[in-house]
Write a protein that binds this ligand. Sequence first.
Ligand code: SF4
Ligand code: SF4
Length: 97
Amino acid sequence: MAYAILFDSTKCVGCRNCEAACAEKWKNPYNEEIAAEEKLSAHKLTAVQTKGGRFVRRMCMHCNDPACVSACPVGALLSVCMPGSCCAWSAATPSNW
Ligand code: SF4
Ligand code: SF4
């Protein structure tokens, strides 16, 4: 059984709580410089990217109990079971991203 995390860009306010929660869960460093990187890396397993005042979240799906989902203050993230799936996907994300 695999899990996917749904992301609703219409709700995301770009607070980056999900980034911080992910870093804490995996004991990765997190500070203002890392927050500004806006790209996935070995020390940043999820990244909120900004473009034209909107936000898109690039993410993995490493956790069955994802800290990033529970950290979101606006309900922009939802963890769902995706039997047979091995990739996360984004909902309501502009097609030109
Ligand atoms: S599901 Fe991915 S982004 Fe979310 S806390 Fe786990 S490792 Fe981080
Ligand atoms: S997905 Fe949620 S926690 Fe992450 S930046 Fe957007 S509003 Fe904040």
